[in-house]
Design a protein around this ligand. Sequence first.
Ligand SMILES: Nc1ncnc2c1ncn2[C@@H]1O[C@H](COP(=O)(O)OP(=O)(O)OP(=O)(O)O)[C@@H](O)[C@H]1O
Ligand SMILES: [Mg+2]
Length: 345
Amino acid sequence: MGNWVLRGWEKRTPGDGEGGPGAWGIWEQESGREKGDKEGGRGIWAQGTGKGLRLDSSLASPLIPWLRGRAGTLQENLDRKLFGQHLVSKVVVKAVKGFLNNENAKKPLTLSLHGWTGTGKNFVSKIIAESIYKKGLKSKYVHQFVATLHFPHAQDINIYKDQLQSWIRGNVSICPRSLFIFDEMDKMHAGLIDSIKPFLDYYELLDGVSYRKAIFIFLSNAGAEKITELALDFWRNGRAREDIELTDIQNALSVSVFNNKNSGFWHSTLIDKNLIDYFVPFLPLEYKHVKMCVRVEIKSRGYTVDEDILTRIADEMTYFPREERIYSDKGCKTVDAKLDYYYDF
Ligand SMILES: Nc1ncnc2c1ncn2[C@@H]1O[C@H](COP(=O)(O)OP(=O)(O)OP(=O)(O)O)[C@@H](O)[C@H]1O
Ligand SMILES: [Mg+2]
């Protein structure tokens, strides 16, 4: 069966013979003709509740092949797979679930994930994608941009701006529930990201396209020092990491990202105009979290966990600051490569 693409919406009233009232998506198989009652085949209809998709409906999943339809999996997966990031879980679940369940969102959802290397930013965007789309990151409605790969040359910034705008416009017209991930924001040329500002703003329609169901996620290391400073502060004062609250960090984070020439958001109107809904801070990972990552990796390869090897690998990682040695330099990155060495039999 080919992929199903959303072609438009149709209002239905009770008695139409095809489900209840509300807005129903008209779906078309990419290579095939439009399916509809008239042609004899049953159309694939996405049940809405008047203004759009209802993702949490248990009906949604079988009716819309590419949508998972159970935002509940997000919480479960974050709880189970993500270590040491209590703030992330809280904000991401609240933001994403709230947005998916809101029929009247006034703007697309914009999340900016910040933190030290290897602390789980790509990992979380993958979990978010998997909670919304059956194919996760591989879904054709999920678009990842990597600054150094897709926008490498400063002199081509105007071309990139045009390309980026038409890519987003084109894809949101095909599927309003599209996800755009911008990786390596801190390596993005200042100004490029501002070209997508109109899409993130509070417009009902722009040239006939509504962006209000789209999700934009930005990933960067910008602000990592600020986050680490805060975590260290708690640690030095004998306070639990889990007691760090979002309010302790969010404002400082947005200001430091705005004023950081290498953040991709330097003096960006996205921040200026409050178009980023959530700044999500990733805390630096401790020794115990590294161990948890190693354990997961060993199990995922089907090996039995050898506590000795597990400890040796965690010990091999380097930790900072120099005196206390609390946080892993590379987070949980490179754990898998180290495992190759020990389990290479
Ligand atoms: N908090 C975490 N909990 C569980 N696993 C993690 C966590 N952080 C990282 N990992 C593991 O380490 C791998 C690398 O992390 P990831 O690519 O998400 O880091 P990142 O924050 O995007 O780093 P960078 O800033 O260098 O891009 C993940 O695929 C995951 O397996
Ligand atoms: Mg990353």
